[in-house]
Design a protein around this ligand. Structure first.
Ligand code: UD1
Length: 363
């Protein structure tokens, strides 16, 4: 298969695209893949590091208020569509897949206009701006949450789950906590605020560090690449015990996740797919800053089935965080039950589904 794939901005759009590529290369090793992303998004570092051919376009999002910047946004979008047309003409893809983020808007739109088969993947229960726009032009729409179906043209929609779930579920992990200086046999909490880190979560963890220092369980605290220095500065002179590891980012998350006893974090769609694919107990703090409050919906789909606890951001502080983490880390039966409930929600053949769907479009 000759595949152009595009998804950008944050990890939640990028990792599903990478999971599709990995599955394609397993199934059809002779395939040719080109990833088209944006210059500013996380993909410009993540994708080339994986040895995947990558072209970056310059593109930006709309500001919610009317502003001059929006004229620039439209101009950059039109320029990206022109560039995408040229890329498509040169690469001659059999199919073009978009996984969300502004850049996928330009690439997939250009492909549809060039009569190349197109498909998008929507990770969220509340549909993103780009996928809403593209839904008119694409041939198929794969969705990760049933709730998204009603927001798209009915005849195009197929429920497929999130491809990242298949990737993490099939991972044979060789990772050990001792690889990052912790002990292998200790239960370990992983705290991270989505792909970019979350200041509210970081603040609560910083305030809880003195207590975490005294626990028998281990804590891996991932701050987000851009927020790491700030966290380290704020922790200056604070004693950090050997049961705590603070990192800016984890690059090999599919390797690490199977070893985690409890996740504390945001509830972006791709994180949720990973959590349920492996059945990892979770304390979720939905971001209040996302479209249609979709992270609360994502969280509730787990909480209502006994697969996670929720702390609302308004109620988040060091005390509420510690209480929830202690409650689960001191009760392995509760964690086990939660893990069982979570795993029932996982969809672990999503990448295969998406590739099969793509093949039906190729003439
Ligand atoms: C604030 C915001 O707009 N968030 C959105 C964004 O979140 P975001 O980009 O944070 O996406 P998710 O939480 O869904 O996924 C994060 C991804 O990054 C990975 N990861 C994270 C930290 C790390 O150190 N290493 C690492 O590899 C996770 O394993 C996961 O694969 O896209 C999601 C999917 O469209 C949406 O549901 C979220 O609402």
């Amino acid at each position: 298969m000759r595949l152009i794939i595009s998804g950008g901005g944050t990890g939640g759009h990028i990792y599903p695209a990478l999971a599709i590529i990995e599955d394609l290369m397993k199934q059809e090793p002779d395939s040719k893949v080109l990833y088209v992303g944006s210059k500013r998004g996380l993909e410009s570092s993540i994708v080339p590091e994986q040895g995947i051919d990558f072209i970056a376009l310059e593109i930006q999002g709309f500001k919610r208020s009317l502003s001059f910047e929006n004229f620039k946004t439209v101009a950059l979008f039109l320029k990206s569509v022109r560039e995408s047309k040229k890329i498509i003409k040169d690469f001659k893809p059999d199919v073009v897949i978009g996984t969300g983020g502004y850049v996928s808007g330009a690439v997939v739109y250009a492909a549809a206009k060039a009569h190349i088969p197109t498909m998008i993947h929507e990770q969220n229960s509340a549909v993103g701006l780009t996928n809403k726009f593209l839904s008119r032009y694409v041939d198929k729409i794969a969705i990760g949450f049933q709730e998204a179906a009603a927001q798209f043209p009915k005849e195009k929609v197929v429920f497929a789950g999130n491809p990242r779930a298949q990737q993490v579920a099939n991972m044979k992990s060789t990772f050990n906590w001792s690889d990052i200086g912790l002990q292998d046999d200790q239960p370990t909490v992983l705290i991270f605020g989505g792909s970019q880190g979350a200041p509210a979560i970081n603040k609560a963890v910083i305030g809880a560090i003195n207590e975490f220092n005294k626990r028998t369980y281990q804590v891996v605290f991932v701050t987000g690449q851009k927020r790491y220095q700030n966290v380290i500065d704020l922790l200056d002179k604070t004693r950090i015990s050997s049961n705590i590891k603070i990192l800016p980012y984890i690059k090999n998350m599919p390797q690490v996740l199977p070893k985690v006893s409890l996740i504390v974090g945001r509830s972006g769609a791709t994180s949720i797919a990973e959590i349920t694919a492996l059945g990892i107990p979770a304390v979720l703090i939905p971001s209040p800053y996302v479209t249609a409050d979709h992270q609360t919906k994502n969280t509730m789909s787990l909480v209502s089935r006994g697969a996670a606890l929720m702390i609302k951001q308004d109620d988040l502080n060091s005390k509420s965080l510690l209480k929830a983490v202690d409650q689960l880390m001191h009760d392995s039966d509760a964690r086990e039950k939660m893990a069982e409930n979570s795993k029932k929600l996982g969809v672990v053949d999503s990448a295969d589904e998406i590739l099969n769907l793509a093949r039906t479009l190729i003439h």
